[in-house]
Design a protein around this ligand. Structure first.
Ligand SMILES: *Cc1c(COP(=O)(O)O)cnc(C)c1O
Length: 375
């Protein structure tokens, strides 16, 4: 058996080598390394794939969040709701712009922003909310969008981990994550479901005016050459990365299916261990693209199980060990928007098992066997 990795980027590349090498060689030959043809081609393909009118590429997912917030022109001190249990990027972008991250607890089953705890977090300064679609599953967007509508809040979706996920509204209509709010922020970091060979990101929106504003912000707020309307940033998706992403986007559906097969095998194989584990919950209103397969370990045995698995050659990872309200960087900056008890508990119980597109049945069965044998 090949050694188990938490992600196997090399094997995936080798499987797609001919196509990717050709796309990369074409960019190198063209000499158009910045804003080449592949960048606009990929943007159009991403918009079509996600069902959004516009997609604006940028340098990475964190920039996508920052640029989205910059486009809103919020007054310093305005409050932005972010979940307490997530990656730092959302709260960090908020803080960087001198806005106030207001931390709200998450649902212990889905790991996503708890809509019922959202309403109480609002103040007269609240201007936006950033739902993060964590691990591959959509936030419960219907109640979140309702609260946002009633309180004039902008909704920026952090879709870094959930490209291709579908949410079903109570009326039966379906939308992809990243296209339900005002702006969706995407990351193409190598370990995301659609990853490039370096950093990459994008924003989606249905508003033409906003798309134009976002595009300008990525190029120093430039309206025409050497005329700068706004203070922007330099955040572009390299042509090389766009060419790779264009190739890989065409395979995303099969990547997702491969991830779902691994998840289904875990679901089935680990049934007998619900004495110590809680398996990932599938929200009835969302599909799941399994950027991570995150179990909860009962009775404070998470660290012990992780150590045991490591000793058996199974890399199991903790996303996330620290809630936002315990991040040193946010100390004195954030506001508490609700009790944060679930987030706090999750940080002590979550464990992500290896899941990626290249896992063999032998590897999956080995991992399951180790967990079944765990005492
Ligand atoms: C990866 C990630 C980001 C940041 O993306 P980068 O491209 O690494 O900047 C933001 N939010 C979440 C939830 C992520 O997982």
């Amino acid at each position: 058996m090949e050694p188990i990795k938490s992600v196997d980027l090399t094997s995936q590349y080798l499987r797609l080598k001919t196509e990717i090498d050709e796309a990369v060689a074409e960019v190198i030959r063209s000499g158009n390394y910045i804003n080449g043809q592949a960048v606009s081609d990929f943007a159009a393909a991403l918009a079509a794939f996600s069902g959004s009118r516009f997609a604006i590429p940028c340098g990475n997912g964190t920039d996508a969040l920052q640029l989205s917030l910059m486009a809103l022109d919020l007054q310093p001190g305005s409050e932005v709701i972010v979940p307490d249990f997530t990656y730092i990027a959302a709260a960090e972008a908020v803080a960087l712009l001198r806005l106030v991250p207001v931390l709200v607890d998450v649902d212990p089953k889905t790991f996503n922003l708890a809509p019922e705890k959202l309403a109480n977090a609002l103040s007269s300064k609240t201007k936006a909310v950033i739902p993060v679609h964590l691990f591959g599953q959509s936030c419960d967007m219907a109640p979140i969008l309702k609260i946002a509508r009633e309180n004039n809040l902008y909704v920026i979706e952090d879709n870094a981990q959930s490209i291709g996920t579908e949410y079903v509204f109570p009326d039966g209509s379906r939308r992809q994550t990243g296209t339900m709010g005002l702006i969706g922020a995407f990351s193409f970091f190598p370990t995301k479901n659609l990853g490039c060979f370096g950093d990459g990101g994008a924003m989606t929106t249905d508003s033409e005016e906003l798309a134009e504003r976002l595009r300008k912000l990525t190029v120093h707020g430039q309206s025409k050459k050497y005329v700068h309307e706004k203070v922007g940033v330099n955040s572009r998706l390299d042509t090389l990365q766009a060419a790779i992403l264009k190739v890989k986007l065409a395979h995303l559906q099969s990547f997702t299916e491969a991830r779902r097969r691994v998840a289904a095998a875990y679901d089935q194989g680990l049934q007998s261990r619900v004495d110590i584990l809680e398996l990932p919950y599938r929200h009835p209103a969302s599909t799941h693209v399994f950027n991570q397969y995150v179990i909860k370990v009962k009775n404070d045995r998470r660290d012990d199980l992780q150590k045991y698995l490591t000793s058996k050659g199974v890399p199991a990872t903790v996303y996330y060990p620290l809630p936002m309200h315990r991040q040193p960087a946010l100390c004195g900056i954030f506001k508490t928007g609700s009790d944060l008890t679930e987030s706090e508990k999750l940080c002590r119980s979550v464990l992500a098992l290896p899941i990626h597109t290249e896992m063999s049945e032998e590897q999956i069965n080995y991992i399951i066997k180790q967990i079944i044998d765990y005492e």
